[in-house]
Write a protein that binds this ligand. Structure first.
Ligand SMILES: C[S@@+](CC[C@H](N)C(=O)[O-])C[C@H]1O[C@@H](n2cnc3c(N)ncnc32)[C@H](O)[C@@H]1O
Length: 268
């Protein structure tokens, strides 16, 4: 698999051993001569062939982990990213109020809404996505993780938002934010396999979703309600100004574990 470094290839093999043979990493490392049964060998070869074509392991196996929870995945939903776990962590640390009402916009696999429902006691969770397929996946993930969430298929760019919940404590979103111009900088495994609907915005309006969600947020958030976004670090300052212009206060950028401004929070 020469499109992967040795370290990546070893990590992938350990994941495959765990998923297909139910052998833990420590056992494989302690017994590197363990024989693979013929029936499993065929399945492993199939997986390796797909990996060679850059297909992400999460889509091949149909699942992933996010915030220590299991999520089913299909090619209709984005693979949840570690930086999004940091956004969930930020919100969970901030929200202590019992009975918080939280709306996740562009829920995809449901990872943000489900992780928040698991971690914030007595919260009411709502989640929307324009993709019916994504909503189906997110609903299954809510069942697997035993949380109650109200899911709605809704296009956030349309003008009517009367079906969305009001008096919210939190709106959170990790919306599409990659411009077509930036496609060239993206890896093949993302470009060829992840849903374009989850990723791209027009070149002339990279903040399209942020502006729309922030404008709707002014109407749907309660006084002092908070808006949280995952962001591309290159738009941090521009977005801060935009949110202040729309009427938000205490706008705060936050760096991720790599020191990059990948999150923003603002109060209504
Ligand atoms: C970057 S993905 C985020 C998915 C998930 N929240 C996560 O963090 O992994 C953006 C999501 O927004 C959804 N989306 C795209 N356009 C939308 C629209 N007009 N209205 C609502 N959701 C939309 C996509 O289907 C996708 O699931």
């Amino acid at each position: 698999m020469n499109n992967y470094s040795n370290q990546e290839a070893e990590q992938l093999m350990l994941i495959i051993y765990k998923e297909i043979l139910a052998i833990e990493r420590i056992t494989v490392l302690a017994h590197p001569d363990t024989k693979v049964p013929n029936s499993d060998y065929k399945r492993i070869i199939e997986i390796v062939e797909r990996l060679k074509k850059n297909e992400p392991i999460q889509y091949i196996l149909g699942e992933t982990e996010f915030y220590d929870l299991k999520f089913k995945l299909t090619p209709s939903v984005l693979i949840p990213r570690p930086e999004t776990e940091e956004l969930v962590q930020w919100i969970s640390a901030d929200i202590s109020k019992i009975g918080s009402a939280i709306l996740d916009i562009g829920t995809g696999s449901g990872c943000i809404a489900i992780a928040l429902a698991k971690n914030i006691a007595n919260s009411s969770l709502y989640a929307v996505d324009v993709s019916e397929e994504a909503i189906e996946v997110a609903k299954k993930n809510a069942v697997i993780n035993e949380v109650d969430i109200v899911f709605l298929c809704h296009d956030i760019l349309q003008s009517d938002y009367s079906n969305l919940p009001k008096d919210l404590s939190v709106i959170v979103s990790n919306p599409p934010y990659v411009t077509n111009k930036q496609k060239g900088e993206m890896q093949k495994n993302v470009l060829d396999y992840e849903p374009a609907l989850a990723l791209f915005v027009p070149d002339n309006d990279p903040l399209l979703f942020y502006r729309k969600i922030a404008e709707i947020g002014i109407k749907l958030l309660a006084n002092n309600g908070a808006l949280y976004f995952e962001i591309n670090e290159i738009y941090g300052n521009e977005l801060k100004i935009l949110l202040e212009e729309i009427g938000y206060s205490k706008v705060m950028l936050k760096a991720d574990i790599n020191g990059k401004n990948r999150m923003i929070k603002a109060l209504r």
